[in-house]
Write a protein that binds this ligand. Structure first.
Ligand code: FES
Length: 163
């Protein structure tokens, strides 16, 4: 099902684990399957270059291989360059994924976006114009990680009132 490169990046993940001196952490989940990825960045505040990067992923082989690959693609890049990496770039760099596993590569793309959003929230208390937090609410760009649930609950209770 997987090509040799995917198997290699799954069996021998690059940059796996925690990064103790990270100054940005992103955590994303794949709504399709419930798998999760956490990504740690050490960003140089002067140059905005990603100097170090690690990941922890609880997921399928494709999720681990794509997490591993995105750390290699993003390391040494500026934040702006890293934000341009999309899930297709990651899948292509691995020599392709089976079509049914393409959704798994979204974790890698969104993990970087989430970590960069966290970097700006820590630094400025807000996100720069045009940057949104992947898969989350619009109230704060989602950086709190909690508004989405609150909005869902509110939606449910309003629905009940109408009923
Ligand atoms: Fe969940 Fe691949 S099946 S990320």
């Amino acid at each position: 099902m997987y090509n040799q490169k995917v198997v290699d990046y799954f069996m021998n993940p690059r940059n796996a684990g925690k990064l103790d001196d990270a100054n940005a952490i992103g955590e994303v989940g794949n709504p399709t399957c419930g798998d999760v990825m956490k990504i740690y960045l050490k960003i140089n505040p002067e140059t905005e270059v990603i100097e170090d990067i690690r990941f922890e992923t609880f997921g399928c082989a494709a999720a681990i291989a794509t997490s591993s690959m995105v750390t290699e693609l993003a390391k040494g890049k500026t934040i702006a360059e890293a934000l341009k990496i999309n899930n297709k770039d990651v899948a292509d760099a691995l020599g392709g994924l089976p079509p049914v596993k393409l959704h798994c590569s979204l974790l890698a793309q969104e993990g970087i976006q989430a970590a960069v959003a966290d970097y700006y929230m820590r630094k400025d208390g807000k996100l720069p114009e045009g940057l949104t937090f992947p898969g989350n609410c619009t109230a704060c760009g989602g950086a709190c990680g909690g508004h989405e649930e609150e909005e869902e609950e509110r939606f449910v209770s309003e629905d009940h009132r109408v009923a």
